[in-house]
Structure formats: C-alpha cells, structure tokens
Design a protein around this ligand. Structure first.
Ligand code: NAP
Ligand code: MG
Length: 402
C-alpha cells in the first residue's frame, strides 16, 4: 500500500514525561507506517524550553498561525519542584497559556464515547462539548483582605485623568473584595470561535451566564454574542439547521442534565473550568476526552485534555510496566490530520483519521483496554493491556480496517 502524501506540514509540538513516550509509540506504530508524515517539529519538552529560554514555545505558536494546524503533546507547567528537578533558569510559563494568548483561542473539550463506558447521567447519548473562554475574569483578578471598617470602591481613571467610581461596600468590619475584568475584543473572539466551531461540527450552541444578577459584566457577554450572531452567523446557522440559544447558567445546568447531549455549551472562564471537569468525569475519564484550541481566524491546535501522567513516567523510568491510556493523544493526531486533509483537500488523509479512530474504539469495545478504563467499564470480558500492547492492539485493528 502506498503511503498517504501530505502537502502542508502539521506543526508538531512534542512534550514531556509519559505522554512523550506515548507520542513516539503512536508515531512509530500508527502513523509513520501509513502516512508520509510531514511535520514541522518543535520540541516543547521542558529541557529544550529551558535551553531556548522558552523561545521554542513562541516559535511553535507562530508556526501554528502560519500553517493553521498543530498537534501538541502534554507538557509540564513548571512549579517549585520542577525548578530543582530540571535545574531551570526560570519558572517558565505554561506552554498552553502562551500558545492560547498568541492564538487568542477558545478551548473545546469533547468526551470520546465508547460502548462499555456509560456516562453517569443515563440520558446522555451524545457527547457534550464544553467551550471555555480562556481569558480573564477571576483568573486575572486582584483581591484584597479588608482589615476593618472603611469604604471599598471600584475606580476607573481614564487617559484624560477623569475618574468613574462605583461603591463596592461600606465595611463595618473585616471582609474581602475582588476586582476582575475582561476585554470586549477577547469576548468577541470567544464568540466567533464558538460560532465557527458550531458550524464546523454542525452542532447547536448554548451559551449561559448570570446576566440577571451581573447586569453589566455578564450582560456584556450576552450582548456581544447576540450582536455577532445576528450580524455574521444567523444565516449560516439557519442553512445548517442548527441553533444558537442563550439562557441563564442555572437553567442551562438543569437542561444539560435532562438533555441527551450532542451540542456545544459555551462557558465563561470559571464556569468552563468547573463544568469541563464535571462533564469529563461524568462521561468516564480525562484520558477519554479530546481538546482543541480554535482561534477566531480559524487556526487549530489539537491536544489531549490530561497532563503528562507523571506518576506513570516515574514507574516507567524504574523499569516498571505502565498501562497509560493513549486515546486522547491518538485523537489529537487524528483531529489534526483530518483538519489538514480538509484544508488541503486530501480525502485519503481524512479517511485515515476516521479509520484510526474507528480502530481505537473497536479495540476498547472488543475488551482490550488500559487499566484506567478497565476499572470503570461495564464490559465483562476485559483484557488489561500495558501502554505498548494497547497501541499494538489498535495497530492490528487498524490494519484490518485498512
Ligand atoms: P495528569 O498528568 O493528568 O495525571 C493525573 C492522574 O490522572 C494520573 O496520575 C493518572 O492517575 C490519571 N491519568 C491522567 N491521564 C491518564 C492517562 N492518559 N492514562 C491513564 N491515567 C491517566 O495530571 P498531573 O499528574 O497532575 O500533572 C502532571 C504534569 O502534567 C504536571 O507537570 C502538569 O503541569 C502537566 N499538565 C499538562 C497539561 C497539558 O499540557 N495540557 C494539562 C494538565 C497538566 P493514576 O496515577 O491514579 O493512574
Ligand atoms: Mg479544572
């Protein structure tokens, strides 16, 4: 069989620890034998980030702007312990944060559904995708402890020096305050990314905030979404038979529980953080979750939703066997290859991505899986495989399908 040819390179962002080991296995077993893989390689492993003063992370994001599609392995976000472990020059920022800031994107997370791993919510039949705004609010807030009686105010000083004030509270005793912000440009990007993704995946889009209580802050989110929808997207949504609808966050939560899934739920930053953990654990596991960053001008970065699986990596270094689930990382590759195929009009590449996903699902549904999902499956005849055996089992099924 001839290998599938590619025309434009994928931006390949290698990563750390156990996922770096899986990365290589996936390429060797599931991609290189079938595709004339064209990538522009960036090593985002912590050692090389440190060596390049993190320049490699920035370069990989610029390359994503240039080529349009990237695939990223999980990476370490350094903390104090990593400073000593890797002898770092500096506590480098989270690569995901850096890439997100450059691409100005929204993160979409979708559970991968297989028979034998039933969602806790029994009426959920189709995946629910969470779209999380990745800028501002409580993540960029200033906070203060109030020591005692006094007046707290919000003050905005315009460039001309004029001031606008809003009373927060007249304190009679100790308390706390918080000031947070967002930027209309960022909310507009968030809205466009969501509308584009809904069109791309032909799914209805929900958006919810607490605008009845937050009449300026949350209401601005609601208004921006509605204005952009009406002006730029309504016609295309109608043509595709999909919907955009806004509701209050508490109403959304109640509806989500009673729904059968199959839509995108756009959330403000904090809501998205919380709800994506709820959705992923209710559907099974973080290792069965796809994640893609989409910029408002249509650049895509695919990754796994989980981290570098550090605990498994240390076992691996000790020569012990690991049973690490590679599904989310495989889906990062299939997502990126399918998108590349779509943009470059290479149907073979798109169909290869479909078949690799099919082989992955088939492997699990036939009872061959890693330990994390063996623990939660309702299948009875289960064979627990190690990291490498699982990828080899997928290869067998893939060859059968091809
Ligand atoms: P993690 O890598 O997601 O792993 C946490 C635990 O979840 C693991 O110990 C394992 O549980 C289970 N798990 C996660 N993925 C799994 C998989 N594919 N297969 C089987 N089990 C899986 O989170 P972490 O250990 O807190 O973080 C490790 C490093 O990842 C940190 O340095 C963090 O900065 C980084 N991180 C990166 C990203 C990213 O690049 N997108 C995201 C999050 C975290 P058991 O140990 O019980 O088996
Ligand atoms: Mg979280």
């Amino acid at each position: 069989m001839d290998k599938i040819k590619m025309t434009t390179p994928l931006v390949e962002m290698d990563g750390d620890e156990m996922t770096r080991i899986l990365w290589k296995m996936i390429k060797d077993e599931l991609l290189l034998p079938f595709i004339d893989l064209k990538t522009e390689y960036y090593d985002l492993g912590l050692e090389y980030r440190n060596e390049t003063d993190d320049k490699v992370t920035f370069d990989s994001a610029y390359a994503t702007q240039k080529y349009g599609v990237a695939v990223k392995c999980a990476t370490i976000t350094p903390n104090a312990a990593r400073m000593t472990e890797y002898n770092l020059k500096q506590m480098w920022k989270s690569p995901n944060g850096t890439i997100r800031a450059i691409l100005d994107g929204t993160v979409f997370r979708t559970p991968i559904i297989v028979k034998g791993i039933e969602p806790c919510v029994k009426n959920w039949k189709k995946p629910i995708t969470i779209a999380r705004h990745a800028y501002g609010d409580v993540y960029k807030a200033s906070e203060m402890k109030i020591p005692g009686a006094g007046k707290a105010e919000l003050v905005f000083t315009a460039e001309d020096g004029s001031e606008t004030r809003e009373l927060i509270h007249e304190f009679k005793s100790e308390g706390i305050i918080q000031g947070m912000h967002n930027i209309n440009n960022s909310i507009e990007s968030f809205a466009r990314s969501c509308f584009n993704y809904a069109i791309d995946t032909k799914q209805t889009l929900w958006f919810a905030t607490k605008d009845t209580i937050s009449k300026k802050y949350d209401h601005t989110f609601k208004d921006i979404f509605q204005e952009i929808f009406d002006a730029e997207y309504k016609t295309r949504f109608d043509e595709l038979g999909i919907e955009y609808f806004y509701t209050l966050i508490d109403d959304a939560v109640a509806r989500v529980m009673k729904s059968e899934g199959g839509y995108i739920w756009a959330c403000k930053n904090y809501d998205g953080d919380v709800m994506s953990d709820m959705i992923s654990s209710a559907f099974g596991s973080l290792a069965m979750m796809t994640s893609v960053l989409v910029s408002p001008d249509g650049k895509y970065e695919y990754e796994a939703a989980h981290g570098t699986v550090q605990r498994h990596y240390y076992k691996h270094l000790n020569g012990e066997e690991t049973s690490t689930n590679s599904v989310a990382t495989i889906y990062a590759w299939t997502g990126a290859l399918r998108k590349r195929g779509e943009l470059d009009n290479i149907p073979d590449l798109m169909s290869f991505a479909d078949k690799l996903e099919e082989a992955t699902i088939k492997t699990i549904e036939s009872g061959e899986m890693t330990k994390d999902i063996a623990l939660i499956t309702s299948l009875t005849d289960v064979k627990v495989l190690n990291s490498e055996e699982f990828i080899k089992a997928i290869r067998r099924n893939l060859e059968e399908i091809l």
